[in-house]
Design a protein around this ligand. Structure first.
Ligand code: SAH
Ligand code: SF4
Ligand code: F3S
Length: 462
């Protein structure tokens, strides 16, 4: 069946869930298991919203009546984890034959993955990709109505769907997609192949969504895109990312604005000034370095060199003194030598990152780097990885401690998992502080004295 609107499909899904409910003698359950980045997390909120509207009760266990895995393929270990989970879930299905298992997300855009699932994971009921997520209500109906594997993968998107129901994980903060896809084709990266070409959302739609979120009590938005600095290109009336930020800043009720990710090649002076002059834009810039060696950066197609990156980081630190700068680093890109890693360590020492995610290079089939000569042996990558990690941790500790003793505003996110007399708040610079409090403070801003830095987080008091 195809449906002319999502509302119609969700209504039909609701009827089917009610039938299942009568058969089971209880409300059917659904679980959404998410891998990967903030984009996927946001997509999962849409999947969850649809499942709730259809009448499922959402749980986190993979023994649910309907389980969907929203997958990531940026590194091979992300893929392997999905196959591992799938094995466990297949075991549940043997005991509960009425169970339905679905797969979606970036991994599904790879033909070799689909082939493998067709062959070795026959028990999977539904597979779709990144470009047709908005069709989920219709797929859900078909999947509940019939047996057999449903597979629908598109090579490119046909529209930006604006009106899907969303179930937010936090009532007080939310991700907001401002663009989809990526045009940068860094030579190691699979994202452009599985997420398609870069498309910016209409600024009016973004503003409308932020206004609606504010009216629902959201105080912090995280603007999401693979390279937010190129936002607005290709729109009918092009606008720049700083312009968009200034528009969102005007929305009453929104008190914090974050964004992810900023590609160094497109980060403008205008953006630095906009952050500097803003009361709402958070003091945190994630500025992926990938490598400090200009030679490797060129092979990676990053479009900046070591000097340009260092100059940019210096300018940011000068203009916005309280800012925290975090980064991503890849170790073991084809042809990388110890000397190249020395260059990366030199950048770490000069920028003094507040935090950094370090990854061992993972070969992604179909990317240019996969067929480059001089793939680095794994043992060598591990040795270099440890060198870089030690350096990163040294500076992260030093930078984290620089606010000790200060009073800063924290947004309370949750009751501390290990000690329920404490709550956990996030500072503008993305650092975490634990301090005495209770559940009633969740979603509120409080001024906290940062008493003691414990490495990567603070212990504080109101
Ligand atoms: N668009 C963002 C990055 C998205 S992917 C940017 O350009 O900054 C998140 C991180 O995963 C990247 O910054 C990179 O460090 C890492 N990554 C991507 N492909 C990888 C690969 N093949 N192997 C190891 N790490 C990779
Ligand atoms: Fe991948 Fe580069 Fe695009 Fe980031 S900018 S998603 S690393 S291709
Ligand atoms: Fe992974 Fe896709 Fe994000 S590959 S990192 S989930 S865009």
């Amino acid at each position: 069946m195809t449906y002319s609107s999502n509302d119609e499909a969700i209504k039909r899904a609701g009827e089917l869930v009610r039938e299942l409910s009568e058969k089971l003698g209880r409300v059917p359950t659904a679980a959404v298991i998410t891998f990967g980045c903030q984009m996927n997390a946001r997509d999962s909120e849409k999947l969850t919203g649809i499942l709730i509207q259809a009448g499922f009760s959402i749980i986190s266990e993979e023994s649910a009546d309907f389980v969907i895995y929203n997958t990531c393929t940026v590194r091979d270990n992300a893929n392997q984890r999905v196959y591992g989970r799938l094995g466990v879930c297949g075991g549940y299905k043997k005991k509960n034959p009425h169970m339905k298992i679905a797969l979606c997300g970036c991994m599904m855009q790879e033909p070799s993955v689909i082939e493998k699932i067709r062959k070795s994971y026959r028990f999977v009921d539904l597979i779709f990709g990144t470009h047709n997520l908005y069709k989920f209500p219709e797929y859900l109906v078909n999947c509940l109505e019939q047996d057999g594997q449903i597979i629908d993968i598109w090579n490119e998107p046909d529209q930006i769907e604006e009106n899907l129901p969303v179930a937010r994980k936090y009532p007080f903060k939310s991700g907001v997609n401002i663009m989809f896809g990526c045009n940068n084709f860094c030579t190691y990266c699979i994202v452009p192949y599985v997420r398609g070409r870069e498309r910016s959302r209409d600024p009016k739609e973004i503003i409308r969504e932020c206004e609606r979120l504010a009216s629902e009590g959201v105080v912090e938005v995280m603007l999401l895109g693979q390279n937010v600095n190129s936002y607005g290109r290709g729109l009918e009336n092009p606008i720049s990312f700083p312009e968009l930020l200034r528009e969102i800043e005007k929305i009453e009720g929104i008190r914090r604005i974050r964004f992810m990710t900023s590609h160094p090649k497109d980060l403008s002076d205008e953006l630095i000034e906009t952050i500097r002059d803003s009361k709402k834009i958070c003091r945190h810039i994630h500025l992926p370095l990938q490598s400090g060696s200009s030679r490797i950066l060129k092979a990676m197609n990053r479009c900046y060199d070591k000097e340009k990156y260092l100059a940019l980081a210096k300018k940011i630190r000068e203009e916005i003194p309280d800012v925290s700068i975090t980064t991503d680093i890849i170790i073991g890109f084809p042809g990388e030598t110890k000397e190249d890693v020395d260059e990366t360590i030199d950048v770490i020492r000069q920028v003094e990152y507040d935090n950094a995610f370090t990854f061992i290079y993972s070969k992604r089939t179909g990317t240019p780097a996969a067929s480059m000569a001089d793939q680095v042996p794994e043992e060598e990558s591990h040795i270099q990885f440890d060198r870089v990690l030690a350096e990163v941790q040294k500076y992260a500790k030093k930078q984290s401690a620089r606010f000790e003793g200060r009073v800063m505003e924290a947004l309370v996110e949750e009751v501390n998992e290990n000690d329920s007399s404490l709550v956990t708040g996030r500072l503008s610079n993305n650092m975490i502080v634990h301090f005495p409090g209770d559940e009633s403070m969740i979603g509120k801003f409080v001024d906290v004295r940062l008493k003691e830095c414990k490495g990567f987080y603070y212990i504080g008091e109101i």
